[in-house]
Design a protein around this ligand. Structure first.
Ligand code: ADP
Length: 396
């Protein structure tokens, strides 16, 4: 059988492993994508193969995905059964934190790995899982090139004023900076705008990545100028279970007056707050839109309010606005949220066309709207696959 060299992409979260398989000779073109979730609990696997085959959904035994190594091995079994001719020449990893130093994807050498470990305290909830995914892939494919793609890298073009906190200067030097995240998504959107709307790409654009994690990014000429996330992926917009922006004084109060430990506050802010905390019902926007309870509506109101506030702030940072782009699970699918975000925004140049919005068109503003409103589905895996292809094709 002739072999086909492919790129595998991995996005290792705390209890999940998302994977993608790409034909790199052809593009890269996606061959398969999927997810192992509830690793260490009652794991489940889902894999899709485009038009090539029916999707696979399987409940796994605890032993099949006790950790990231097991999850990867199980995912690879499913991929190999479907594509026996595929040989992974390169594995691309989503890595949440690249610190101040990593401004673009890199091959993971032992010294890069050591540096990524050193950055773990900056993202203690995410980075160790990303590294576990890398180690699992190195063990599974010792011959393959491993490539790291960073969520922070796209934002390293921030001017310094958007990179600092008003702390004594020594903390900046120690790495306490406004990094920004979701960079792979913004990178993809920037590239798509260059392809489908070059004039917009060259202008002042705000991208709202609204998923379970949510943030916004202000770009000029396709480069990040400011974003709503900061030192961690906790800042900015409220999210499924994360607070978003919060007065740090609340932390002192919770610790000193309510007797919470720092770990309890962290748990509270990351896993029990946001849409879930406010609604008391769910972190899932579909559930909240359908619920119609006072609490669910208040959670939606707060989400929309913060997006609108950040929209005004980012537009000021950009010196005006040529387009607003929605992406992420909520941005790409929720007509209601898009409509509410754009309501009475003519003052900033945004006029939504309700019919286009209902149809989920790519351009959902009216023809008269001064700034364009767009829906552009994001694809972080493709950004990783492109980087993996580029680096593995580069001469050593
Ligand atoms: P993640 O950040 O985990 O990648 P996604 O980008 O997949 O998350 O977004 C998940 C969110 O998108 C959930 O809140 C989900 O309810 C929401 N969503 C997906 N489809 C719809 C829809 N049709 N209407 C409203 N919200 C939706």
């Amino acid at each position: 059988m002739t072999t086909r060299t492919v790129a595998l992409t991995l996005n290792a979260g705390s209890s999940s492993l998302k994977f993608g398989l790409f034909d790199i000779a052809a593009g890269p073109v996606e061959m398969a994508s999927g997810l192992v979730e509830s690793i260490g609990g009652q794991p489940r696997l889902r894999a899709e193969f485009g038009a090539a085959a029916a999707p696979v959904t399987r409940d796994l035994t605890g032993a099949e995905a006790a950790d990231h190594h097991g999850a990867l091995a199980t995912a690879l079994d499913v991929l190999r059964a479907q594509f026996p001719e595929a040989r992974a020449g390169v594995v691309g990893h989503r890595v949440v934190h690249g610190g101040p130093g990593f401004t673009e994807p890199v091959e993971i050498t032992p010294s890069v790995m050591a540096e990524l470990r050193r950055l773990s305290p900056f993202a203690p909830i995410h980075q160790p899982h990303n590294l576990a995914g890398i180690e699992a892939a190195q063990a599974a494919f010792p011959e393959a090139m491993q490539v790291a793609c960073f969520d922070t890298a796209f934002h390293r073009s921030h001017p310094k004023v958007n990179d600092v906190f008003a702390l004594p200067r020594e903390y900046y030097d120690k790495g306490v900076r406004r990094y920004g995240f979701h960079g792979l998504s913004y990178d993809y959107i920037s590239g798509e705008l260059a392809r489908i709307a070059p004039l917009i790409h060259d202008g002042r654009v705000i991208v709202a990545h609204l998923g379970n994690g949510a943030s916004m990014c202000g770009m000029v000429g396709g480069r990040s100028i400011a974003s709503t996330m900061g030192f961690t992926a906790l800042d900015g917009l409220p999210m499924g279970t994360r607070t978003g922006q919060i007065d740090p004084g609340v932390i002192f109060y919770l610790v000193q007056q309510e007797g919470l430990s720092i770990d309890e506050v962290r748990q509270l802010f990351y896993t029990k707050s946001g849409l879930l905390g406010l609604s008391g019902l769910s972190n899932d926007m579909r559930t909240l839109e359908a619920a119609g309870t006072v609490e669910a509506n208040e959670a939606i109101d707060y989400f929309v309010f913060r997006i609108r506030r950040e929209l005004g702030g980012l537009a000021a940072a950009l010196g005006g606005l040529d387009a607003l782009v929605f992406c992420g699970g909520i941005g790409e699918n929720s007509r209601l949220i898009r409509e509410r975000v754009c309501e009475d925004m003519a003052w900033i140049g945004l006029e939504l066309d309700r019919e286009r919005n209902t149809r989920n068109d790519t351009v959902i503003s009216t023809d008269m709207s001064r700034a364009r409103i767009m829906v552009v589905p994001t694809n972080e895996e493709l950004v990783i696959a492109r980087a993996a292809r580029r680096l593995s094709a580069a001469p050593a």
